[in-house]
Design a protein around this ligand. Structure first.
Ligand SMILES: [Zn+2]
Length: 842
């Protein structure tokens, strides 16, 4: 809402001279004329019929700016920028009356939930519509423009009691990647044949954001800048209803709520019921138009980091709406049922459900507010407190997530706590020291419970995503889930800056976190020489674990500012250094020992492009660039036969389908490894080395005899039970407790017990000659999530992390994802170790 001030003031003198009755009729005329006369439909504004072209993000923003300028019902704001500097925006749409009292309406809602103090009786409801979180589901932002226009011109009655917040583009970088590509390649008129190039996006496609993250999996971890900035606004508003607009494959009828099982048990009966109310209203309009739809069969409500579950765990009715379309559909395509699916139709459907949802909200204001208030009463939750201790850097990283979620926490300086022990998997009592305490007795208590409970209750394992994410395991922390409230009595430790010590022969720094690794890469890039010890160290009565960093004066004697520079970097990364006056250790090992090695500035290459999992490459890219802050060379798989291999020390092969590697290329890689190169193969990249000479890798297949028995019996599984029967082979993202050999450099800085997220049942035998660093010996131990019996059987005696030597080099096998969506904090150091921790004779 903007008003041209100059014309407004000249008009004002005239207006005050009028008699009262004239004033009113003039006022009405003034408002309706001045504000609406210029308001254009999306088609008029854009200069083409909506749905006949794809609209670039900047044009979508321009349209919303236009609407805000010309309509008194719309306020439009920026909430940030993407990695590629595109604007992140939201519109607030409501009656003029409401917009004048917006701040009171907003704070009344937060008071109602108990998120800020005070009492309130809210009489308005808040609906949040998110569009185009997946960039190539491109009808969504088009529908956003159509929806805002129709809402203010055709349905102003909905706005009397509803505040609608619209984010027309959650992922503008992804959307523009799709739209620019499509506009370049399309035929005019468009070609509806599935064979046409315009229906086949190139790698990495428009779905993810700049760093190739799926933003619809990032709501809780908020690792991406788009999510981080959006959550600040989300938390200011806390809507009662949230819709995340998506697209699915071209043959599917429209999908709207209710969602499918499994529903997380934290969802209230009301949240389940009201999905029907909304679904039936949508159905009414779809039936009227003769549009096909389905409900309840897919899109479950379990994993908490989606655009439907995240709002649900924050008290809202969270829903996903799915239109047929996505990156394949273009402006029009003939689907497998011989029906032409057009962008015009896709927009019409998403516009209809958006408006229908607002209509439902407008008719259920009191109920929505009452139930919203009730949701935030958390007196019946099983666990009252989670008390966690261990690696302080991991605790810090965890509190950063809690801060983004505006979840409160404290610390317990010392005490005994009892309850479910994450480490033993049983009830017990432990002593704690400087432990993190998170209570469920706070407005966001349900979300706390969902994130920290040891085991997620599942009604069925047939889910769309992982079944376990319990954060103590992901962060490698010990602790207790307590059914009684444990009070915090402290705040977090404050880092006190350290000073240079000119008498030091060298400084020692611990090695057990990504923060330590950030410190290392900063030192290396500032030309400071660093060593690491493969033995434990003892200096001046202090003990340091394997992998600890040693920065000696003798290595850095040509650097005149050695102490100052080192200490400055240490303070920046809040690292405590021990300054040793001598290189002579209390007990072996001295600084000059053969077990203390110089760390090198490794030249790292990572493969990307066709054949590589874009998500997996993206999280490596993000990790190196944003967390480790260490350069690497991205090499496109297209150019793999032109690489100057000797330019690199380390080659990382992300998860992917490696059939593109020819025998010649494999021979090049083989030679380079034998000459001293190191490959780090992640997940399915291991297949490249399976049963290849000298790489020791062999898949664990199910016992041949068993298979024989089964085939003799024949398949007697009833047809209707085929889906459930299939779950015996499933692992849907579950957490396994495995053993680490912490004397091997790959596991330096970690604990012997490691919690690994398994995304599938791929299983490899123990290496005969190489090092089995992380492994499952005997039965696989699942601590959280679902794993089918057959899948567990297959994982008996298998490697999780290993190293095979080849000539002067080696291959590191990482069977499981060590970064998963960047929240698997505990695994990150394994990747860092793989890159940097290489002893001379390693
Ligand atoms: Zn989607």
């Amino acid at each position: 809402m903007t008003v041209n001030l100059k014309s407004f003031f000249s008009f004002r003198a005239y207006f005050y001279a009028l008699p009262m009755t004239k004033k009113f009729s003039f006022l009405f005329l003034f408002l309706s004329f001045t504000f609406y006369a210029q308001l254009q439909s999306p088609s008029d504004f854009l200069g083409y019929e909506l749905g006949t072209e794809f609209t670039r993000h900047a044009e979508v923003v321009a349209y919303f700016e236009h609407v805000a300028k010309e309509s008194p019902n719309v306020i439009y704001k920026d909430y940030g920028k993407t990695y590629e500097r595109r604007r992140l925006t939201y519109a607030i749409v409501s009656s003029q009356e409401n917009l004048q009292h917006l701040e009171a309406i907003r704070t009344d809602n937060l008071k109602n939930a108990g998120l800020i103090s005070g009492t309130s009786q809210p009489e308005k409801t808040i609906v949040w519509l998110s569009y185009n979180v997946h960039g190539n589901e491109a009808s969504c932002s088009e529908a956003a423009m159509n929806t805002v226009y129709k809402l203010i011109t055709e349905h102003p009655e909905y706005l009397k009691d509803v505040i609608v917040i619209m984010d027309p583009g959650v992922n503008p970088d992804g959307r523009d990647r799709y739209v620019h590509w499509y506009n370049q390649i399309r035929a005019i008129p468009y070609n509806a044949s599935q064979d046409a190039a315009e229906h086949h996006e190139p790698w990495p496609a428009g779905r993810p954001n700049h760093y190739l993250f799926d933003l619809n999996r990032d709501w809780v971890w908020a690792s991406q800048i788009e999510t981080q900035q959006r959550l600040k606004i989300y938390n200011q508003w806390m809507p009662h209803i949230h819709v995340d607009f998506h697209e699915q494959f071209i043959n599917n009828p429209y999908y709207f709520a209710p969602g499918a099982e499994p529903y997380h048990e934290m969802l209230t009966p009301w949240q389940r019921d009201f999905q029907h109310t909304i679904g039936k209203n949508n159905a009414k309009y779809f039936d009227l138009n003769g549009w096909l739809y389905f409900t309840r069969e897919s899109f479950d409500l379990l994993y908490p980091s989606y655009g439907d579950t995240y709002p649900l765990f924050n008290g809202a009715i969270g829903m996903t709406y799915e239109q047929a379309g996505h990156g394949m559909a273009g402006l029009g395509i003939i689907n497998d049922e011989d029906i032409e699916l057009t962008l015009v139709d896709r927009i019409a459907h998403h516009t209809t459900t958006g408006l229908s949802t607002i209509e439902v909200a407008s008719k259920n204001v009191e109920r929505l507010n009452d139930e919203f208030r009730a949701f935030f009463k958390n007196d019946k939750l099983k666990y009252k407190s989670f008390i966690l201790q261990g690696n302080p850097d991991h605790i810090k990283a965890l509190t950063e997530i809690l801060d983004r979620q505006e979840i409160k926490y404290g610390f317990l300086s010392k005490g005994k706590v009892k309850g479910f022990n994450y480490k033993t998997g049983k009830n017990g009592t432990i002593d704690v020291l400087n432990a993190l305490v998170i209570d469920t007795d706070q407005p966001k208590g349900k979300m706390v419970h969902v994130l920290f409970e040891p085991q997620t209750h599942l009604t069925t394992p047939l889910t769309y995503d992982i079944t376990a994410w319990s954060l103590p395991y992901a962060f490698g922390l010990d602790g207790i889930a307590s059914t009684t409230k444990v009070s915090a009595n402290d705040s977090s430790e404050i880092y006190s800056e350290i000073q240079p010590d000119a008498r030091a022969a060298g400084y020692i720094s611990k090695w057990n976190s990504v923060q330590d690794a950030q410190f290392l890469t900063a030192l290396l890039q500032n030309g400071i020489k660093v060593r690491f010890s493969e033995n434990e160290l003892s200096f001046g009565g202090n003990e340091f674990g394997r992998g600890s960093l040693i920065i000696t004066r003798s290595d850095n004697k040509t650097n005149e500012n050695f102490d100052q520079q080192l200490i400055q970097i240490a303070n920046k990364y809040k690292r405590k250094l021990y300054a040793s006056p001598t290189s002579y250790a209390d007990v072996l090992t001295d600084f000059g020992s053969q077990y203390v090695h110089l760390l090198k500035n490794k030249k790292v290459a990572i493969l990307m492009g066709e054949g590589i999992s874009s998500l997996n490459y993206g999280q490596l890219w993000h990790f190196f660039e944003k967390e480790l802050k260490y350069p690497f060379t991205a090499i496109n798989t297209r150019n793999i036969n032109q690489i100057h291999w000797t330019d690199y020390d380390v080659l990382i092969l992300p998860d992917g389908n490696y059939t593109f590697v020819t025998e010649e290329v494999f021979a090049d890689i083989d030679r380079w490894i034998a000459g001293g190169g190191r490959v780090i193969a992640l997940q399915n990249a291991l297949s490249l080395f399976n049963e290849k000479d000298g790489f020791e890798l062999q898949k664990n297949n199910v016992d041949e005899d068993d298979e024989g028995e089964k085939s003799k019996e024949g398949n007697l599984t009833p047809y209707a039970e085929r889906e459930m029967h299939g779950t015996k082979n499933f692992i849907t993202g579950s957490i396994f407790k495995i053993k680490l050999d912490t004397t091997h450099p790959l596991a330096f800085g970690l604990n012997e017990d490691y919690y690994s997220l398994k995304l599938g049942s791929d299983s490899y035998k123990f290496l005969k000659e190489g090092y089995n660093v992380g492994y499952i010996k005997g039965d696989a131990q699942v601590v959280s999530g679902f794993a089918g019996e057959d899948a567990k059987e297959k994982l008996k005696n298998s490697i999780v992390f290993a190293e095979a030597k080849k000539g002067k080099g080696s291959v590191i096998y990482l069977v499981d994802d060590v970064l998963f969506r960047t929240f698997w904090q505990n695994g990150k150091l394994i990747l860092v170790n793989s890159v940097f921790m290489t002893p001379k004779d390693f």
